[in-house]
Design a protein around this ligand. Sequence first.
Ligand SMILES: [Zn+2]
Length: 88
Amino acid sequence: MEFCPECDSLLIIEKQGKKNLLKCRDCNYTVKLNKKRAESFILSDEIQHKENERTEIVEDDNASQAIPTEIREDLMESYRESIESFHY
Ligand SMILES: [Zn+2]
């Protein structure tokens, strides 16, 4: 997961030809996504996810801040797809 440095919104993956970009949903901030970056996102998300499961009840106060599971899963799927496309 990465957030926009400009407005703190969630960055989503946008495919542009063979390139993958991370794009902000609110402003037009974009940054190029590379393989290393995508892999580290997946890794950190998996760690975070495990921690969230362990502290589920405690974390309840932050529920409004959390990314909906649906969006999160879609995004992680995009990250995985983008890694697979980094074969050149
Ligand atoms: Zn933004």
